[in-house]
Write a protein that binds this ligand. Structure first.
Ligand code: NAD
Length: 277
């Protein structure tokens, strides 16, 4: 439940035309059945060894075992495609409708659920990429390609046959493609991941709502620090205390809201609607 201080801050922000940014992580999709990286569901077995996401999602692994990396991403994408957006995603789509250009969504998620709920590319930055897209692994062109229709859904450690593997060729140079995701041994950039644009948004944000992220990556931290430096309000929504909870509370005007995103985000939306009425 939101306390009265949070409610009145949200109503005031809505009525004063404040810019509201929402930063999401894997936690918002957990209730849709998509595992976060902390659970054992993220493991992938190659030979007799289990690899962690931090090992699978790397250029180094892709150079060593591109097929295994692709199989892991196609498996993860299969899980995402079976999942549906939950009340948290739907509340953010409604928030975009309500606030228009005062709203921005910055997501670390690659699962496609925000856009399936109705958030638009005009008001969303996917700072870790999108599992529904691939690009040339050698960088022969600047294009993003949709994942080929003929690819099967894979279960854990299923293989791809030769025809399916060939679907993963770059349509331009016929070399290998790669998933359009930011790997753990790569850096953020503007071209693929909207790094600069995200920081520009942070510099204009009056209220930042952080949802379901453990804060393990650097751009979310920079966004939060930028927002706090300008004296804006930080609201952190998580089922457990995370690094942003303390930052919100220590800032003097932020809030940590303990609860699941599917319960809390509709309540936040309701207060914003009240503020605009
Ligand atoms: P994370 O797995 O490190 O942390 C998830 C956070 O969500 C935790 O703090 C947890 O307490 C919280 N959480 C879990 N269930 C919640 C709920 N119902 N409501 C609110 N909070 C909840 O995730 P991360 O911080 O996003 O970083 C992991 C990286 O993994 C990112 O790079 C992300 O791109 C990637 N990833 C994405 C997906 C996805 O697209 N759905 C899934 C797994 C990992």
């Amino acid at each position: 439940m939101l306390n009265e201080n949070v409610k009145s801050m949200l109503r005031a922000a809505a009525s004063s035309k404040a810019a509201i940014t929402v930063l999401t992580g894997a936690g918002i999709s957990a209730e849709s059945g998509i595992p976060t990286f902390r659970g054992p569901e993220g493991y992938w077995t190659v030979g007799s060894r289990n690899y962690q996401p931090e090992e699978m999602g790397t250029v180094a692994m892709f150079r060593k075992a591109a097929r295994e990396v692709w199989k892991w991403y196609i498996y993860r994408r299969s899980v995402c495609r079976r999942a549906d957006p939950n009340q948290g995603h739907h509340a953010l789509a409604a928030m975009e409708q309500l606030l228009g250009d005062r709203f921005m969504l910055i997501s670390q998620n690659v699962d496609g659920l925000h856009s399936r709920a109705g958030n638009t590319s005009r008001h969303s930055f996917l700072i870790h990429g999108n599992l529904d897209l691939m690009r040339c692994a050698a960088g022969c062109c600047d294009e993003l390609f949709p994942m080929p229709e003929g690819l099967p859904a894979l279960e854990r450690n299923d293989d791809l046959n030769r025809d399916q593997w060939e679907l993963l060729q770059c349509p331009r140079c016929f070399g290998l493609t790669r998933p359009h995701v930011l790997w753990f041994d790569e850096y953020y950039d503007e071209r693929w991941y909207r790094y600069d644009s995200s920081l520009v948004v942070a510099r204009k944000t009056d209220v930042l709502i952080v949802v379901g992220t453990s804060g393990a990556t650097s751009l979310p931290h920079q966004i939060v620090m930028t927002v706090l430096d300008r004296g804006a309000v930080l609201v952190d929504v998580n089922i457990e205390r995370d690094i942003f909870a303390a930052m919100a509370e220590e800032s003097g005007k932020g809030f940590f809201i303990r609860g699941s995103s599917s319960e809390i985000l509709p309540q936040i939306l309701a207060e914003l609607e009240r503020g605009i009425e």
